[in-house]
Design a protein around this ligand. Structure first.
Ligand code: NAP
Length: 214
């Protein structure tokens, strides 16, 4: 697939690496291409451009920017370039305030997630929450005791979730579909839980797994 990734941070680079490794075409979008100069040298198959070009390029788009800037990044990408497309939303609504005893602060509420806010503004985008509740180092081909970890996803469009489920599977995860966009109220805060061992004990190598009887 052609994948347009909005972002230049660790998540954008980790996911771009995974897409390239699995034979997809990748264009990263950033306001400052020079930030990605070294990465682009090491990954000559990837293209680097602005938000709108990357969004236009993607049959699948990935949103991997700071949570507070998510809506602005999509506006810069341009509704016309993302409408109708599956968009993986990897963002978390982390507030600028520091964590409290290792517990991150969010700028959303338990009744209104970031992805719902984005879905309300960009009605025609087929958002799928994914990759938001694990660190970038484990996003692609995680090797953990206990087998494949679980990627919790949600979104309103079943066909988009099927496409994203296929990517999640390629990247070495099992998928648990938690339903419609409102489920982001539960998935996004998993990031808070995931980060606690990191902030308290500098332990960042773990992932969630949903255990079932069969
Ligand atoms: N770090 C992780 O391991 C991890 C794991 C799971 C989920 N997440 C979530 O994934 C997202 C990306 O995380 P990250 O650590 O890779 O990077 P980050 O430092 O949270 O965000 C960097 C990106 O945000 C963009 N950005 C910042 N301010 C902006 C603005 N005013 N307008 C437009 N874009 C703006 C930057 O754009 P430019 O390129 O133009 O500077 C850059 O691409 C976050 O929402 C984070 O919560 C992170």
């Amino acid at each position: 697939m052609k994948v347009g990734i909005l972002g230049s941070g660790e998540v954008a680079k980790a996911l771009a690496g995974g897409f390239l490794q699995h034979g997809h075409e990748v264009m990263l979008g950033t306001r400052t291409a020079s930030k990605l100069a070294d990465w682009a040298k090491r990954n000559p198959k990837a293209k680097v451009a602005g938000f709108s070009d990357a969004a236009r390029f993607g049959e699948l788009v990935v949103l991997a920017v700071k949570g507070t800037a998510a809506a602005d990044a999509l506006r810069a990408a341009g509704a016309a370039n993302i409408n109708g497309k599956p968009v993986i939303d990897a963002t978390n609504p982390i507030a600028d305030a520091p964590p409290e005893n290792g517990v991150l602060k969010f700028f959303t509420t338990l009744d209104d997630s970031l992805m719902e806010r984005l879905q309300r503004e960009f009605e025609q985008v087929r958002f799928v929450k994914a990759f938001s509740s694990v660190g970038n180092a484990l996003m692609v081909d995680p090797k953990l005791k206990g087998g494949k970890p679980t990627m919790f996803i949600c979104g309103n469009d079943d066909a988009a979730k099927k496409i994203v489920g296929g990517i999640v599977d390629q990247f070495g995860w099992e998928t648990a579909d938690m339903g419609q966009v409102e489920a982001a109220r539960a998935i996004e805060p998993l990031c808070i839980l995931w980060c606690i061992p990191g902030f308290l004990r500098n332990d960042w190598m773990h992932a969630f797994k949903l255990l079932t009887p069969s």
